[in-house]
Design a protein around this ligand. Sequence first.
Ligand code: AMP
Ligand code: ZN
Length: 214
Amino acid sequence: MYYWNVGNDHNMATGGLKRKNDSDNDVKAKKPNNFWKGGLLSSMNDPDLQVFSDEKITVIKDKYPKAKYHFLIMSKKNIPNLKSLKKEDIDLLKYMEEKGRELAKSSDAERQFRYGYHSIPSMSHLHLHVISQDFDSPCLKNKKHWNSFTTEYFVDSKDIIKTLEKTGKVEHESSHFTSLLKSELRCHVCKKEIKTIPALKTHIQQHSYKTRDT
Ligand code: AMP
Ligand code: ZN
């Protein structure tokens, strides 16, 4: 039996998959497959980062969280990126989002979260971001970080699923998304333009993060 082990801080010192009544977990015992590349490959087996695993997905804490709660949900199936998605993956994407919502609820039921994908990811293998909307983290340091989670660069899971249902594929113009990272800094709640990241971080403290889930 599996259960969430989400911890409560960004230091991630105490995370780890726990599997009751078993000597070790299957994910750890498995040799990595070729499709798990780069940092996310090793992190999925890192007991300090992993919070959940089953036959379909692995969930880890983001190693450089951009908010109080920031998780990455990855499929066990080899899906390199959004472009590789096919209609047959719709149920899996729905399952990933459903698990993300469960995880958010068990982390802080009142806190607002978003569930989505970066239009141009930096890490290989498809990963769903589950991120609380407080953006309260020392790892959020620059305009690129901010804009990647607060502009259209961040695409909601629901929209990806809708597009896939409608057209059978997910395609986008990468130059449009790259330019979004250079946009002016704006508060994600009241849309006010703020000049610097420190000023923005001070500003967003006035907004309650305890609003309805989106
Ligand atoms: P993306 O831009 O969607 O590819 O985001 C990749 C995410 O992975 C970022 O939020 C990073 O903070 C996070 N990250 C980078 N390296 C690692 C790692 N080795 N383990 C876990 N998360 C990572
Ligand atoms: Zn504001």
